[in-house]
Design a protein. Structure first.
Length: 222
């Protein structure tokens, strides 16, 4: 016979099983806004491309090829000043020759100087009128064709004025120094006309160089 235990056998309780917390319920998806309430951000406007040739002339400038601000370029204030100086100096040379009466008509070099100075004066006056118009309306003559015409005209008139001044200087020096016949001629007037012719050429030279450089630059562009 088996001995009975004096106490009742009590089995320990098993460790409680902890259930994991329930996962949170997913948030309900937001309902799409009505089509009337959907506002889209406006797309950025593209940068406005500057109009061809407007440069610094502003939006009110007339259509056409407008001028860059180059000193002495066609249509600038400096260019207008050079043209007015050329016309004034050429007119002064004509006036000095005219003051001699018919004293210059017997010398070919002096007649050549009168013709060259007259042509230079007319050319510069015509360009002065065009430059004044360009400054008033904001346009320019900085196209390849216009620059080529100005370049050709300046080089032709400048060459005529320079050669006439050189010829007149030679005749004046001959009469004054070699023949010593100034008392019978108008040497002061001839000298003044020759000096004015040289000054005219000095005023034409910047325009010749600038226009020639502009033509070469534009012809080299693709």
């Amino acid at each position: 016979m088996m001995p009975q235990p004096s106490h009742t056998l009590v089995h320990p309780d098993p460790a409680p099983v902890v259930a994991p917390p329930p996962a949170p319920a997913p948030a309900p998806a937001a309902a799409p806004a009505p089509a009337a309430l959907q506002v889209q951000a406006p797309a950025p406007a593209p940068a406005a491309a500057p109009a061809q040739g407007q440069g610094n002339a502003g939006p009110n400038a007339p259509p056409g090829v407008l001028m860059r601000n180059l000193p002495g370029a066609p249509g600038t204030r400096i260019g207008l000043g050079l043209r007015l100086a050329q016309a004034a100096l050429a007119a002064a040379a004509l006036g000095a020759m005219a003051s001699t009466g018919d004293g210059y008509s017997s010398v070919t070099a002096f007649r050549y100087l009168v013709a060259a100075a007259a042509l230079q004066c007319l050319w510069s006056l015509a360009l002065s009128i065009l430059y004044i118009y360009a400054l008033l309306v904001g346009r320019t003559y900085h196209t390849t064709r216009a620059i080529a015409i100005l370049c050709a005209g300046d080089w032709i008139t400048g060459a005529l004025t320079f050669t006439a001044a050189c010829a007149s200087a030679g005749i004046t020096t001959f009469v004054n120094d070699d023949v010593e016949a100034c008392f019978e001629n108008h040497c002061p007037s001839f000298m003044a006309a020759t000096a004015m012719a040289f000054l005219t050429w000095f005023a034409v030279a910047p325009c010749c160089v600038l226009n020639l450089g502009s033509v070469v630059h534009r012809l080299q562009r693709p």
